[in-house]
Design a protein around this ligand. Structure first.
Ligand code: AMP
Length: 273
């Protein structure tokens, strides 16, 4: 596995590449969720590039940028064992300059849900993803459904800016008890980890109700909110796969999304129905 930290060096290295290239952007502290994306990229492409970059512009003032988990050596080992060809490990100074051109997330879709509790977060996400895609120029780029709004906005960016990369949506990996894997789970104490299970359980309530033929969104959301108590809920929503408001769940076209705080940790989860 080759490790490159300079963006221009990576561009130069890939300049003559004619192979199909799968790209997995991450912020490191890799877990089975990331590994599943890498494995899918490995299966579907001749060359696999993973990036590890904790993007400062997607963190708001007072968020966990400085204490975001860092496991550089373990991450390198995981990438090597997962068959990654190139690990891109840039420094912020090589990605950003003082006076920046940047992207703005769409005014509506970028500022609801997570974008409502973290205004400006998706400006940073789209800007860095655009930069990374321009550096790597992949055939396919892999993103987790766990970050459903991020996936939706990146797909929108690729479509609206007429980019030619193919965005691949990957399933959410969970612990055996249902907790969605996340680099931020390490912040949870033992007790908080138990509390956090309310999030995946609330999604199971939605799944159960829909399986019984109950499709009324407000009825389902009410039951989910009850299950989530006493967590601080940022949102519980059931939207179409295009993030439009639904009155009734449409099977095959719905996402049930939850964001809640456990202790000081924000956790996101969703299921696609
Ligand atoms: P992050 O390092 O948190 O920025 O995540 C990098 C990529 O991994 C994103 O596309 C995430 O959606 C994806 N990802 C994070 N957690 C999971 C998970 N539990 N299952 C599948 N993909 C995930």
């Amino acid at each position: 596995m080759k490790i490159i930290s300079n963006p221009l060096e990576l561009k130069e290295y890939l300049k003559t590449n004619t192979k199909t290239l799968g790209f997995v952007p991450t912020m490191g502290a890799l877990h089975e969720g990331h590994i599943s994306l890498i494995k899918q990229a490995r299966l579907e492409n001749e060359l696999v590039v993973v990036s590890i970059f904790v993007n400062p512009t997607q963190f708001l003032q007072g968020e966990d940028l400085d204490k975001y988990p860092k496991k550089d050596e373990a991450d390198k080992k995981i990438c090597e064992l997962s068959g990654v060809d190139i690990l891109f490990f840039p420094h912020a100074k090589d990605i950003y300059s003082e006076d920046e051109v940047s992207l703005l997330a769409p005014k509506v879709r970028g500022f609801v849900l997570e974008g409502n509790s973290r205004p400006g977060h998706f400006n940073g996400v789209l800007t860095v993803v655009m930069k990374l895609l321009n550096i790597v120029e992949p055939t396919n780029a892999y993103f987790g459904k766990k970050d459903a709004q991020q996936l939706n906005l990146i797909s929108l960016m690729v479509k609206q800016l007429f980019m030619s990369v193919n965005i691949v949506a990957c399933e959410t990996m969970r612990e055996s008890d249902g907790l969605a894997m996340s680099s931020r789970n390490v912040y949870l104490s033992k007790e908080q980890r138990v509390q956090a299970l309310k999030i995946s359980s609330s999604l199971q309530i939605a799944f159960g109700m829909v399986s019984q033929g109950i499709v009324d969104v407000s009825e389902i959301v009410l039951q989910m909110r009850e299950k989530l108590e006493p967590l601080e809920i940022f949102y519980v929503e059931i939207l179409s796969r295009d993030f439009e408001v639904l009155e009734n769940v449409e099977i095959g076209n719905s996402i049930v999304l939850v964001e809640a705080r456990v202790g000081t940790t924000r956790l996101l989860d969703n299921i696609w129905l």
